[in-house]
Design a protein around this ligand. Structure first.
Ligand code: FES
Length: 248
């Protein structure tokens, strides 16, 4: 099929960006969205133009590197990662707008690539445990209730892609922060730092310039891993509890 890509082009963080339209022929419905961009970039390179910069790594929906706003939606029309989106979701003659994640805390580096270092700094603020590591302990030494184990595992599936931030009208990263607080906070190994973790991670979230959560829910609707909005409610409970205990 023949499609028209209207892509955000921005040479560097300081340059002004603009949307530029490219026509692309021979797009197969079996291509992934990123494979389609690879073909477009080959065409641009062949024509002597700068290829469109975008992030990717695993291309299997597990690393969280890819992320493009496609026709106004984080990761496009399917609830999945950009690398797992396929061209069968589009049709011949479609015009497709592609933009980087839009958020003050995710400055554009080039074209569709943004700096998501803010997520790393939130993790550094509390996404760890101090329990001694070593060989795997005996499985029954620290019993964990099934529902806690399930909720911790489901929170741990967050791949930190940033779709929640891109989708949120407030540019809030509260779903990401809540997932990281929850997956350690529900397990016995995460208890010693539970209070300081939630306080420090939320403080870092705010310091990075992410907006506040007003329970709109766009984050969870666009999350490729289906992290539920209730994860944020759990973070709020943890935060209020920690503050009432006088943790800082
Ligand atoms: S490239 Fe790894 S999740 Fe998309």
């Amino acid at each position: 099929m023949r499609i028209f890509i209207r892509a955000w082009r921005q040479k560097n963080a300081e340059a002004e960006g603009k949307m530029v339209t490219y026509a692309l022929d021979g797009v197969s419905e079996h291509m992934s969205f990123l494979e389609m961009l690879d073909v477009l970039n080959e065409q641009l390179t062949f024509e002597g133009e700068d290829p469109i910069a975008f992030d990717s790594d695993c291309r299997e929906g597990i690393c969280g590197m890819c992320g493009i706003v496609i026709n106004g939606l984080a990761h496009g029309p399917e609830v999945t990662t950009t690398c797992q989106l396929h061209m069968r979701s589009f049709k011949d003659g479609d015009h497709i707008d592609i933009e980087p994640w839009r958020a003050k805390a995710f400055p554009v580096i080039k074209d569709l690539v943004v700096d998501r270092g803010a997520f790393d700094r939130i993790i550094q603020a509390g996404g760890y445990i101090s329990a001694p590591t070593g060989s795997a302990p005996e499985a029954n030494a620290a019993p964990v209730a099934k529902h806690d184990a399930d909720d911790a595992f489901s929170a741990a599936t967050c791949i930190a892609c940033g779709a929640c931030v891109a989708a949120c009208p407030n540019g809030s990263a509260m779903l990401f922060t809540a997932a990281k607080v929850t997956h350690l906070g529900l397990l016995p190994q995460g208890q010693p730092e539970r209070d300081s973790r939630v306080i420090n991670m939320v403080a870092q979230h705010d310091a990075e310039g992410f907006g506040g959560c007003t329970n709109i829910g766009e984050c969870t609707a666009s999350c490729p891993k289906g992290i539920p909005l209730s994860t944020i409610a759990r973070l709020n409970r943890d935060l209020l509890g920690a503050l009432s205990r006088g943790e800082a």
